[in-house]
Design a protein around this ligand. Structure first.
Ligand code: CIR
Length: 275
C-alpha cells in the first residue's frame, strides 16, 4: 500500500456525500516553490510568483464566470508543482480516482486533494508501484483515453481500467509523442469536437469526434478547458482562439504565462466536479 498505510481500493466517507447544485472547481494556491517545478520539454525560465498568483486568481474568476464554485486548497509551500491539481484526480460521474503521479516529487500532493474530494464522490485509488497523471486522462463520454506518457505506466492504465469498468467506463491507451501529457496534445472543445496537435497525437485515436487542428505556429494550443458551455483558453494562442471562435465556440482567454513556464496548461490548474 502506498505510504505503508492500509487503505481499501474504494473508500466511502463516514458522512453522506454532499449534493452540489453547480460544478465545483478545486484549485490550489500557487506554491512559492514553483520555480523548482518539474520540466520535461521546456527550458527553465524565471517565474514571477506574484504575477503567477494574480493570473491564477483571474483563472479562478473565469471558472466562476463559467458557473463553478471555486474551492481553493491551501498552498503547499514545499511542493513546486502543486498548483497543477489536475494530475492528482480523475473525476467520473459517480466516483473519483485518486492518482499516483509519475513524478516522485508530486506524490505528496494527493492526500489533501483526496480530502477535498471525499465529500463529493466515493474515492478509488491507484496503488503503488503503478503511476497515473490526471493530465493523461481525457474523458470523452464513457471512454477514458489514457496517454502512454513517461508519467503514466501500463500498470496505472490497467488499474484505471479495473477501477472504472464497474462504473461503466472503457479505457483506451493512446500513443503520444514529444509532449508531457495526453491533454497537452488533445482536449474536447464541443460535444462532438476535439482540438488537437497532430504532431503530438493522431486524430484516428478518437473515432466519432471531429478533429479541429491547432494553428501550427502554436504547438501548445491543444490544451483547452471546456466548462459551463465556454472554453477557457490560454491568451498565448490567439490564432487557434480565432479558429475556435470561427466555429462558433465561446472562448474566454486567460493569461497564464507564468504557469506555462512550468509546463502547465489551463486544464491542469483545476479539477472540475460536475454537479
Ligand atoms: C509537471 O511536470 O508535472 C509540471 N511541471 C507540469 C504539470 C502540468 N500538468 C498537466 O499538464 N496536467
Amino acid at each position: 500500500m502506498a505510504g505503508g498505510t492500509a487503505r481499501p481500493l474504494c473508500w466511502r466517507p463516514a458522512q453522506p456525500l454532499l449534493e452540489t447544485t453547480i460544478p465545483v472547481a478545486i484549485t490550489r494556491a500557487v506554491s512559492r516553490a514553483i520555480e523548482r517545478c518539474e520540466l520535461s520539454h521546456l527550458p527553465r525560465r524565471p517565474i514571477d510568483l506574484a504575477v503567477a498568483r494574480r493570473q491564477h486568481a483571474t483563472y479562478e474568476e473565469a471558472l466562476r464566470a463559467a458557473g463553478c464554485e471555486v474551492r481553493q486548497l491551501a498552498e503547499q509551500s514545499d511542493m513546486p508543482d502543486s498548483v497543477f491539481v489536475e494530475d492528482t484526480a480523475v473525476v467520473l460521474d459517480d466516483a473519483v480516482v485518486i492518482t499516483r503521479p509519475g513524478a516522485a516529487s508530486r506524490r505528496g500532493e494527493v492526500a489533501s486533494m483526496a480530502a477535498a474530494l471525499a465529500g463529493l464522490r466515493p474515492l478509488l485509488y491507484i496503488e503503488a508501484p503503478a503511476t497515473l497523471d490526471g493530465g493523461d486522462v481525457l474523458r470523452l463520454g464513457r471512454v477514458l483515453y489514457v496517454g502512454a506518457s513517461a508519467r503514466s505506466s501500463a500498470a496505472g492504465m490497467a488499474q484505471l481500467k479495473r477501477l472504472a469498468a464497474p462504473h461503466g467506463y472503457r479505457v483506451e491507451a493512446v500513443p503520444i509523442r514529444d509532449c508531457l501529457h495526453l491533454k497537452s496534445a488533445v482536449t474536447q472543445v464541443t460535444p462532438e469536437r476535439v482540438l488537437l496537435n497532430p504532431a503530438w497525437v493522431g486524430a484516428a485515436s478518437f473515432p466519432g469526434f471531429d478533429p479541429v487542428l491547432i494553428d501550427p505556429a502554436e504547438p501548445h494550443a491543444a490544451n483547452a478547458l471546456r466548462v459551463g458551455g465556454v472554453v477557457v483558453y490560454p491568451a498565448s494562442c490567439p490564432r487557434t482562439a480565432e479558429l475556435l471562435r470561427g466555429l462558433g465556440i465561446e472562448v474566454r482567454s486567460v493569461d497564464v504565462s507564468e504557469t506555462e513556464k512550468a509546463e502547465g496548461g489551463v486544464t491542469c490548474c483545476s479539477v472540475i466536479v460536475p454537479a
